[in-house]
Structures are given as C-alpha cells and as structure tokens.
Design a protein around this ligand. Sequence first.
Ligand code: RNT
Ligand code: ZN
Length: 428
Amino acid sequence: MATLPTYNTKQIEKSYDIAREMYSAFHVDTDDVLKKLETIPVSLHCWQGDDVGGFEHTESSSSGGIQATGNYPGKARNADELRQDIDKALSLIPGKHRINLHAIYAETQGKKVERDALTPEHFSCWVDWAKEKGLGVDFNPTCFAHPLADSGFTLSHSDRSIREFWIRHCIICREIGAYFGKTLEKTCVTNIWIPDGYKDLPVDRFGPRQRLKESLDEIFAKPIDEQWNKDSIESKLFGIGSECYVVGSHEFYLGYAVQKQKILCLDMGHFHPTEGVADKLSSVLLYVPEVLLHISRGVRWDSDHVVIVNDDVSALMDEIARGNLFARVHIGLDFFDASINRISAWVTGTRAVLRALLKSLLEPTPLLKGLENTGDFTSRLALLEEIKNLPWSAVWDYYCLKKDVPIGINWLHEVKKYEQAVLAQRKG
Ligand code: RNT
Ligand code: ZN
C-alpha cells in the first residue's frame, strides 16, 4: 500500500481554532455543535459483519430477496467473532452508539431452537457484552431465510398456521426487545420487515394486505412496556422475487403506523430512485410519533451499498438537524457489502453518517431561515452553496482527536492490522 498521510495533533488543534472563528462569523458555535454530536447514537447493524448470515445454519434457500455479494475473506463465523469485529469497528468510530441485532444472531449452544421458541436467554451474551460496553441494542425478527418463508410469504401467507408461526416469532422478538431495553436501561426499537410479495402480476392485491394487517394486529395486541420496547414497521417498493407486488408497501405501513401510532421505518433503498427520504420526514412526522431510518445507498436498485457522504445522506441529515428531530428520529444503518473488508464497511459507513451529521449541525440554519422568510431566495441559494466550503472537516478531525479515535484515513491502518492479525486466521 502506498504511504497514507499521518496527522499532527498541533495542526489539528490549530485548524480547529481557525474553523471555530470562521463558523462564529455565521453565528455557529462549533463547541456546542460537538457537544450535541456526541449525544446522537447511530445503530450499527450487526449483519454487515457476516453478510446477513446469522448462526442458525438453516436448510432454507429463501434470502427474502436481500443478498450480500462478494466473498472477501475473514467474515465472522460465530457470535464471539462478530462481537470482536464490532468492537474493532466501534474503536474507530467517535461517540457512543447502538447495536442492531436480528433474531438469527441468537446463541443456542449448537442446539436447534425454532424461531417461535427463542427466549431472552439466547441473547444473554449479547446483552452482557452490550452492558459492558455501554451500548443500547435494537432488534429485528427474522422473517426470511427459513423453510416457512420459502414460498415468499410470511405474515401475509394464505395458510393460517404459517402466519401463526411468524406471529409467534414477532411477539417473542418484541419480548426480547423489552428484555434488551430493560436490562440495558436503553429503550430498544424492534423493527418488523417481511419479504412478502409476488414476482409476477398479482390478481388479488387486497387479500395479502388484509392478512398482514390482521397479523400485525395480533402481534401488537400483546402489551409490552413502551419504556423498554418500541415497535417499528418497514416498507419496501420491490425486492428480488417480489418485483410486481410487495404486500408491505409504503402506503400500507404509513397507514398502519398512523392508525396505530407505531414507528415508521424508512429505508433509503426502498423508494423510487428519485424519491428522497429527506423530503418525507416533515410529512410523516406530523402523523406518526417517531421514525426509524435505515441509512443505505442504493445503486440503481436497493443494492445496500456502503453509505458515503452523498447528496441523499446530506439532505437527510440537514432535515433532521434543521428540525432538531433527534428525539423522534432513530438513526440506523442498513447495508451489507461482502466484497470489501467488512469492518471497513462499518467504519466507512458510520463515519460517513456522522460526518454528514456534523456538517448539517454546523449549518447556519437561522441565517438561512431568515433569508427564506423574507423571500430572499437569491441569497438563500447563494449562501447554501457557499457554506459547502466552510471547514467542517477541521471540526471533524478535532472531534476524532477529542474522542480518541484515529484521525482521517488513519483508521484504515488499524483495520489492515486487524485483517492480518485476526481475519486472516479465519479459515472455513
Ligand atoms: C430488507 C430490509 C431489511 C433488511 C434487514 C436485514 O430490504 O431493508 O431492513 O435489510 O432487516
Ligand atoms: Zn432496511
């Protein structure tokens, strides 16, 4: 590898001082912004670490239409390795964050435990670890990669007994969510996503949606203390194998979330390519209590590429920061790339979200709103464009310095060292 740059602490502090002055000319206090940034957690999805595999070793071929492509060596083969990898990633990301688990990451000591028979005990190692690290945990039922999902239908299946299996699984997951919340004293968000849909033209569009609604009603009928577990539902436009019809569409879940006051999960890869999730927040938050974001990067389709600071992510963070929506918007990640070092994927993606967030928090919003309110759209656009040049990267470097994580690309050295020392030893 060509030599990467190194960073000098004095230089970073000097640059920060200059940046602070430049921002104060726009009435932005960079110290306050950094205090705010450290309070905002990002939920790191465990499934980037093993290509959404889980530890069940199921006989099923149903991926639910989601697939990580690539075979970069060294993926985590068990929960200990996955935790070790997440630890490494977290050590390279500034701030205190959360972990997002799926039911297939249960630890059953080699025993086969059906998904409708899982208990909090199967997640006790995750909880012990999270407690030790001070992390909150979020959760997801896994309604794919299972023989009873092979038909492509789960909660909306026409067979009542199959629906009931998935209903039991989702109820159990809400209970496990509450266990995470209570034990860690940090509310867990449990998000339901199902793959249900038709590859080709459906004739009855109502039936599956009516069944999904009934299933959700049964799942949520079980009272669970919202102090510890909150319910979230995630829509999708289409998937591989569900190109013509997805039961849980945006309209379906938006309606459901409004009616039942549930958290609406908006995944950036789950809309028409020119539709932006940023634009939706100010509408849906008038009607639903909270939103969960699955920050992702779709390339031509819902491809779940690693997140970078692009226009979509920047616009989304602008929207949250401008409205100070942090109490009502949960920031989660959802991408999986098996073609590059998986720890680097987490670090690149999470640092990208935090960098975009910082950039947005540094925006002189009151100034811009003032221009907007007086109808000076000329100045609004000119200023929006000029502030892109403000030295937010100096503020970021300083934040990393203060949080004792590598500055700039230095984190990559750590990942490469870890790859040599740990990942390279994982064979088979
Ligand atoms: C699938 C959804 C869902 C999954 C995870 C693994 O399209 O985005 O959120 O990616 O639950
Ligand atoms: Zn998602």
